[in-house]
Ligand binder design. Structure first.
Ligand code: BES
Ligand code: MN
Ligand code: ZN
Length: 509
């Protein structure tokens, strides 16, 4: 009864973006926008429809570039104010050889958005008329616009100069219908990425375990089945590893299983597992205060999995996919797990908790075991903000990739390059595996400083039961990463585009 009551009074879904951006397409031709944008390559003159637009100004090209210093280098702009209040913004597209990869087009969209926002125009026509501007490239440009437009500013009270409101960008292209189709096909990935950003940026007082569960329930509208295991069910399953992390918190643990059935009945599913620590204080082995606020993002793996399932369902991907996320909060309290405590995981393995701050691997131990045991997936990929050590090793540019399967690892490395969410492979080996043995139990959850990310991965490997598996340590890439063309928010939503690419390129059809 109570459940039914809540079903009817679920809060309405929130928009993904605080400031709307409408993207349309139109054939190359006359437009009435106040601002018209077109590109000129390095050292070149306006060409294609850009040339038509430039001719209409009556200005002399060589004089204008001499006066402005515009050379067409990437990132350059020439701002032309015309009689009648119209404005042309000419952007350098760099050397034509630099614009061949799809990710260069996503970046181009991102930097375009930054330029457009700076003009404060609200009605904008963008001309992209060059040979490499295929529908797929233009869809990337549109994706870049939307990704860059994202701001997590819902907690800022409005200021007068923020009132830009919604902007409309019309892309003038040779084949608007084909571009519309490509943009629609790419939109699902963007939305999944923005959902992941929203979840990660949200502070932990607003997004506890139960609030996260509510957000996953919104995926039901897309045809995803969402199953939620509560404390008593987790106890019955014997998930002593995951449960011990939640013991210190007033917030109850939850294991959420999201299923997207887009493939054939009986097709082995692809499984994605996420660490969902809604806040990580470190527990009794408490963290120092400096930057502890970042630990609201310790559910970045779970956010990426949720964003991915959202993406797969909204584009009706022809695969069966499972998303499993372990939601807990790691707090110190009179009921918290202690260093030295020994717990038993669902697999039967006993674990000595040396450090309560090495909690992510405890959550994943049970989530991974459960996933392979119940679903017998084709592969299992987990994402986790698992170790500070991976930031020491790789910084914010690559996530760490650990895998027991070379084929899966190579697919992931490729998908990372194609999605511009890069991975770097790290080793697993029996020599490191020895390090996690415990004096009192089968294994321990924390070792010394050497090889901190690898020993964490070795710990996880004990719970994958030898199925093809990859672990992505996203501690350096899920949040706090350096700003890029396609993101200025704290959380870039890392992992959604990468795994969507993996599925598209290797597991559909
Ligand atoms: N959530 C942290 C890892 C982390 C640190 C993510 C910084 C993002 C930024 C994880 O739970 C943790 O505390 N790991 C410990 C493990 C250690 C106690 C073995 C770490 O990395 O220090
Ligand atoms: Mn921790
Ligand atoms: Zn953590």
């Amino acid at each position: 009864m109570l459940a039914v009551f809540f079903l009817h009074f679920r809060p309405p879904p929130r928009p993904f973006m605080s400031q709307a951006l409408n993207i349309h397409t139109a054939p190359l031709g006359v437009v009435n926008a106040a601002l018209t944008v077109f590109y000129v390559a390095e050292g070149a003159q306006p060409s294609g429809y850009g040339q038509t637009l430039w001719s209409a100004t009556g200005l002399d090209w060589s004089q204008s570039i001499a006066a402005s210093g515009f050379t067409g280098k990437q990132g350059q702009t020439m701002d032309v104010l015309l009689p009648g209040g119209k404005r042309q913004l000419i952007l350098g597209s760099g050397s034509s050889s630099a614009n061949t990869s799809l990710t260069s087009w996503t970046d181009r969209g991102g930097s375009l958005m930054a330029k457009l926002a700076a003009t404060r125009a609200t009605d904008i026509a963008v001309v992209v008329d060059e040979p490499s501007a295929t529908p797929a490239a233009l869809a990337e440009l549109a994706a870049g616009l939307r990704l860059r437009r994202y701001k997590f500013d819902k907690y800022k009270t409005a200021r007068a100069d923020d009132a830009v409101g919604s902007i409309t960008v019309t892309l003038l292209v040779t084949d608007p219908e084909a571009v519309d189709r490509a943009i629609a096909g790419r939109a699902a990935t963007v939305e999944g990425t923005l959902l992941a950003r929203d979840l990660i940026n949200e502070p932990a007082n607003a997004l506890g375990t139960l609030e996260f569960v509510e957000r996953t329930r919104e995926l039901e509208k897309l045809g995803v089945s969402v199953e939620v295991l509560e404390q008593d069910e987790l106890e019955k399953l014997g998930m002593g590893a995951m449960l011990c992390v939640a013991k210190g918190s007033a917030r109850p643990p939850r294991l959420v299983i999201m299923q997207w059935h887009g493939g054939r009945d009986g097709d082995q599913p692809l499984a994605f597992v996420g660490k969902g620590v809604v806040f990580d204080t470190g527990g009794i082995s408490i963290k120092p205060a400096g930057n502890m606020e970042d630990m609201k993002g310790d559910m970045g793996g779970a956010a990426a999995v949720t964003g991915l399932i959202h993406t797969l369902a909204s584009r009706k991907a022809p695969v069966n996919a499972i998303g499993v996320i372990g939601l807990v909060e790691n707090m110190p309290s009179a009921t918290a797990v202690r260093p030295g405590d020994i717990v038993k995981a669902m697999s039967g393995t006993t674990i000595e908790v040396i450090n309560t701050d090495a909690e992510g691997r405890l959550v994943l131990a049970d989530a991974l075991w459960y996933t392979q045991d119940r679903f017998k997936p084709r592969f299992m990929i987990n994402l986790a903000t698992l170790t500070g050590a991976i930031i020491v090793a790789l910084g914010h540019e690559h996530a760490g990739l650990f895998s027991n399967n070379d084929e899966l690892a190579i697919q992931l490395l490729n998908a990372g390059l194609n999605a511009n969410e890069k991975l770097w492979r790290m080793p697993l080996s029996p020599a490191y595996d020895k390090l996690i043995e415990s004096k009192f139990a089968d294994i321990r959850n924390s070792v010394g400083r050497p090889a901190g990310s690898i020993t964490a991965a070795q710990f996880l490997q004990r719970f994958v039961n030898e199925i093809p598996w990859a672990h992505l340590d996203i501690a350096g890439t899920a949040f706090g990463a350096s700003n890029r063309e396609t993101n200025t928010s704290w959380a870039p939503g890392f992992g959604v585009a990468l795994l969507d690419r993996l599925v598209r390129d290797y597991y559909e059809g």
